[in-house]
Design a protein around this ligand. Sequence first.
Ligand code: RP5
Length: 164
Amino acid sequence: MTQADVAIIMGSQSDWPTMKHAAETLALLGISYDARIVSAHRTPDRMYDFAKGAKAAGFKVIIAGAGGAAHLPGMTASLTPLPVFGVPVESRALSGEDSLLSIVQMPGGIPVGTLAIGKAGATNAALLAAAVLALSDERIETALETYRADRTRAVAETPDTTAG
Ligand code: RP5
């Protein structure tokens, strides 16, 4: 059994600069996570073993980031009953539009909750994971409320007109 509530998986080391925003957001909320590289096409056996064993390992939510022909979130979702949130990583060739369409267009029956391309998507995947966990964890519910209140307080009523 793992102690971590959330698994963050990604297709490549090159996805980490995006996926670290999911990790940092979970850490800010005090949510345990385990980050791993699991490639659907380079390490298919690792992907299969991870996804088949994720629930028994104690994970409650999976965040999966991938770029290009981004089949990792969908393949993972097909192998586990856990909720899977997909993060389209910004690709070099098509700026992540390929990743987005690959992840979001799941045929009916196997859902992947698909987020925005890049940093915003990774951050929001963590916040959605937190919202799921908060349903049965008051500490996380409070942390999420505090996070949102902090962001509300950070919005000034008037613009700084000296700013560029
Ligand atoms: C996907 O291919 C990965 O998720 C990554 O976004 C993309 C490029 O991978 P690298 O060639 O940088 O390893 O599998």
